[in-house]
Design a protein around this ligand. Structure first.
Ligand code: SF4
Length: 492
């Protein structure tokens, strides 16, 4: 039985067949306060840069004084918007959202931003992350006769804020009261008629950065990642801190540290895989970090071979690092079809059997007769990896050695990433030796947990790495754990 309450905003995927064997990001958020600018178009391009964080749906809400203009739909940013639609979104403030792609039923109603009415005007909210107290919050809202129209926790946050504002608090106070009712991971961009907010939860699990645009210091941008700033020519100012709310109005940018117990617990998977390699986190490009992961991996788990290849795109920087550290030649052994988007059309049985060649095609000239080291950033279920290894052998590789630039994923994520339930995770069910046999590789090694964290050059306690350890920085209610398991069982 599927639970009758929303487990998460975004982590439900009803079709295992079409699922990539990778953790999947939940959302990208973007916002801009820029009088006399085409805020809708700037937001469009910001979302375009954040497309990797979610491909199910996209939406933009703009504020023209009290009036909210909203357009959201299923599909990629480039499919949802065109010039005509963007021209119908005037204003000085914009909030944008891209949502993680579920492959099951179309759920346009769950697209964001969520727009809710308050006594002070409308609020438009875009959310990246997942609450873990959705059951309790939903019960509170339903008890108060709030008519929730979607199954997202994001709408609940918007209504919680509306409740507080309607109780007499101003925008800022009302928002902070609402955040104290929310537990879990949330990076938020919230538009109002008078200003825009950027918020991170007290653990700062999902990223959010602030930028400025143009000569006028009153123009601010909020984005999940710095690549959303780069694309519109905005300058990176700083990160929104864990437990901080920035409130941007005509008076400028004000900062409120609303949580008594903030701590840094950025999702380490953002660094390893989710965020774009050209984004900056902790003052360095993620491309550099991922190369260092590869170097560390080569030091920890050397192997004799002829070439090193990476699984495009996310395994490439670590493969280059591995090559540099080991002295083994780096080569492109897999070509990615860059124009493949998410398809809702089921492949034929023959195509299914050809598996990963929908997206990746091995280069026989490069691989034939070679002992190959293949580097990937993670293994979740192992299904794609197995097909990949077979494809390399079919292309003539004489040995296939797999190296993974992160530790084994043994626990599910409840903070906005779809990593499957525990029983679906290959490393939760099998030892490394068993996985090696399952994938039919000549050798297999993962990066150590310490190696992954030390390579960040940050205080190693500044990250959430719960999917590798089970040490969750925010307690997960048993009800939520059970619900995730039930959902996976009914959808497999
Ligand atoms: S559990 Fe894993 S994927 Fe989820 S936030 Fe923590 S590190 Fe990231």
């Amino acid at each position: 039985m599927i639970p009758d309450y929303p487990l998460t905003s975004d982590c439900l995927d009803n079709n295992q067949e079409n699922r990539p064997d990778k953790p999947e990001e939940a959302c990208g958020v973007f916002g801009i306060y820029a009088p006399n600018q085409d805020v809708a178009k700037l937001t469009y391009f910001g979302l375009y840069a954040l497309q990797h964080r979610g491909q199910e749906s996209a939406g933009i809400a703009t504020f023209e004084g009290e009036t909210v203009h909203l357009h959201k739909d299923m599909g990629l940013v480039s499919q949802v918007f065109n010039e005509t639609i963007l021209q119908e979104l005037p204003g000085t403030i914009a909030v944008g959202h891209t949502r993680y792609s579920t492959t099951g039923s179309s759920r346009k109603a769950n697209a964001q931003p969520a727009v809710v009415e308050t006594r002070l005007g409308k609020v438009a909210l875009a959310h990246n992350g997942n609450l873990v107290n959705t059951v309790q919050l939903r019960e509170e809202l339903v008890r108060d006769n709030i008519n929730l129209v979607t199954t997202t926790d994001s709408e609940m946050i918007a209504y919680a804020m509306a409740q507080e504002v309607n109780a007499g608090f101003d925008w800022m106070q009302g928002a902070i009261k609402a955040f104290h009712r929310c537990q879990g991971a949330y990076s938020l961009v919230i538009g109002t008629p008078v200003g825009i907010m950027g918020v991170r939860d007290p653990n700062g699990i999902r990223p959010l950065v602030i930028g400025t645009i143009g000569e006028n210091p009153m123009r601010y941008v909020l984005s999940s990642e710095t690549c959303g700033l780069d694309i519109i020519g905005a300058e990176y100012l700083r990160d929104v801190e864990p437990g901080e709310m920035v409130w941007i109005t005509e008076a400028g940018l004000a900062s409120y540290h609303w949580s008594q117990q903030p701590r840094k617990k950025l999702c380490i998977f953002e660094m390893i895989y989710f965020a774009r390699p050209d984004s900056i986190m902790h003052n360095e490009s993620l491309y550099s970090y991922r190369m260092r992961l590869g170097r560390r991996l080569a030091d920890e788990s050397p192997v004799d071979a002829d070439i090193v290849i990476g699984v495009p795109d996310s395994g490439i920087p670590a493969a280059i690092g591995f090559s540099q550290a080991s002295g083994i030649t780096y080569a492109e052994g897999l070509i990615k079809n860059r124009y493949v988007g998410r398809t809702f059309i089921q492949p034929t049985q023959a195509m299914r059997e050809s598996g990963i060649r929908m997206k990746l095609n091995p280069l026989k000239d490069v691989l034939a007769g070679k002992r190959v080291i293949i580097i990937d950033d993670s293994i979740v279920r192992g299904t794609t990896s197995r097909k990949l290894v077979k494809a390399l052998r079919d292309a003539g590789a004489t040995e296939v050695h797999m190296r993974i630039s992160s530790p084994p994923v043994t626990h599910p994520c409840f903070y906005g990433i779809d990593t499957d339930s525990q029983d679906q995770l290959i490393a939760a069910r099998m030892s490394v030796e068993e996985i090696k046999k399952q994938l039919e590789v000549d050798s297999l090694a993962y990066l150590s947990w310490q190696g992954m964290l030390i390579t960040t050059q940050e205080d190693t306690s500044n990250f959430c790495s719960a999917c590798f350890t089970g040490d969750y920085p925010i307690a997960i209610p048993e009800q939520v754990k059970r619900a995730k398991l039930v959902l996976e069982q009914v959808t497999v």
